[in-house]
Design a protein around this ligand. Structure first.
Ligand SMILES: *[C@@H]1O[C@H](CO)[C@@H](O)[C@H](O)[C@H]1NC(C)=O
Ligand SMILES: *[C@@H]1O[C@H](CO)[C@@H](O)[C@H](O)[C@H]1NC(C)=O
Ligand SMILES: *[C@@H]1O[C@H](CO)[C@@H](O)[C@H](O)[C@H]1NC(C)=O
Ligand SMILES: *[C@@H]1O[C@H](CO)[C@@H](O)[C@H](O)[C@H]1NC(C)=O
Ligand SMILES: *[C@@H]1O[C@H](CO)[C@@H](O)[C@H](O)[C@H]1NC(C)=O
Length: 335
């Protein structure tokens, strides 16, 4: 009987010890764990200790002297606020406040503050650059500390890394999905960009149009791309005859290309350059064929066709006949 009551008292005592509040002094922050350089943070210390004196500490030491620390307290002496503005990376640490009076000395819970340096630019960058034989895709959000986590998504696969992620895409492989997406995350702050790549297109091109020239003239065949993100395609010019002939720049032909289009120059055309030409523009998304129909006319006699000459002869003859009729009436009236 006596033993059980002792055990009972013991249990009650230990339960009371565990449940009793460890400290009547509590520290809170108005931010989550990470803050960015240049921002402001407010730490709030509330206590039940009467007539206490507040002492702020970081990493176990008193706060260093700084004109970026603003400490204030309420009149009742139950609350002290520390504002750090602007916060720097070297403010990273574990903050506590201690409250003591003549009889008690209480320490608050610790609040950890981590200060991040943001990446150099506000948002992540997406870029696609042409390389010989393909394209280099880049997602870049560099300069952050800690470094931003980067994800590059394209054609159904994701590449991950820190600060910057690149992927080379070969022209010879098919692309299932033309959208290229970059996602960045620096300790919870996120940024996203995307580019939808397109095959080379030209809304102004007409495959049925005929380019006419006279023998000896220079001919210019131009493809002007209107697609926004077609990169710099690879262009191949061919001439369609019994078999397809690849055109390379030589004395007769000259090809000039850029990211916005391609031009084939044919110098002093002859009848044998009449025919169909194709410009085949290819990038990682696909190939577009632009057709040109060229008609080179012979110079003929003195530059006028037989029909035109016949017309002039008839006109002259008719004029002479009319003058004859006029003269006839004039002579008749005078009589
Ligand atoms: C925290 O408090 C500071 C100082 O009052 C203020 O500038 C900052 O915007 C606050 N931060 C948040 C996340 O409310
Ligand atoms: C706190 O200070 C007030 C007035 O200065 C005094 O009346 C009171 O007894 C003090 N309380 C304690 C717990 O020291
Ligand atoms: C923290 O860094 C800032 C700027 O980098 C510097 O001015 C300051 O002296 C450093 N130390 C403290 C305690 O603020
Ligand atoms: C309160 O106690 C801590 C250790 O728990 C000690 O470091 C500190 O100096 C004490 N403060 C006062 C004002 O007595
Ligand atoms: C795109 O994905 C398909 C299927 O996984 C693959 O066969 C193809 O080679 C990929 N294309 C590129 C350009 O990586």
């Amino acid at each position: 009987m006596e033993l059980s009551s002792v055990v009972c008292i013991c249990i009650l005592l230990s339960v009371t010890l565990v449940v009793a509040p460890v400290s009547g002094t509590e520290l809170t922050s108005n931010t989550t764990e990470w803050v960015w350089e240049g921002e402001s943070v407010s730490l709030d210390c509330t206590t039940q200790v009467e007539n206490g004196t507040f002492l702020w500490k970081v990493n176990g030491d008193s706060l260093p002297a700084s004109d970026r620390y603003y400490i204030s307290k309420n009149e009742a002496n139950t609350n002290s606020t520390l504002i750090i503005s602007p916060i720097f990376r070297n403010d990273t640490g574990s903050f506590i406040c201690e409250v003591s009076n003549t009889t008690v000395n209480e320490t608050s819970n610790a609040v950890n503050i981590s200060v991040a340096k943001p990446p150099d630019s506000l948002s992540i960058g997406c870029s696609a650059a042409s390389l010989t034989g393909g394209v280099q895709l880049t997602c870049s959000w560099i300069g952050g500390d800690p470094a931003a986590d980067i994800e590059l998504s394209f054609n159904g696969t994701i590449d991950k890394g820190k600060n910057e992620v690149n992927r080379s895409v070969n022209l010879d492989n098919d692309v299932q999905q033309p959208e290229f997406i970059c996602q960045g995350n620096q300790v919870g702050k996120t940024s996203k960009c995307n580019i939808t790549l397109e095959r080379p297109l030209s809304t102004s091109h007409d495959n049925n149009a005929v380019t006419s020239a006279t023998e000896g003239e220079n001919i210019k065949l131009t493809v002007s791309l209107t697609s926004q993100n077609s990169l710099t395609p690879e262009y191949a010019w061919v001439r369609l005859s019994t078999d397809t002939v690849n055109i390379t720049s030589d004395g007769k032909y000259k090809v000039e290309s850029s990211s916005s289009g391609s031009t084939l120059h044919i110098s002093s055309a002859t009848g044998s350059e009449s025919g169909t030409y194709e410009c085949r523009a290819r990038n990682i998304i696909g190939t577009t064929t632009f057709k040109f129909n060229v008609e080179v006319k012979s110079k003929g006699s003195g530059g006028l066709s037989g029909g035109a000459i016949a017309g002039i002869v008839i006109g002259v003859l008719a004029g002479v006949a009319l003058i004859g009729v006029g003269v006839f009436f004039l002579v008749k009236k005078l009589k």
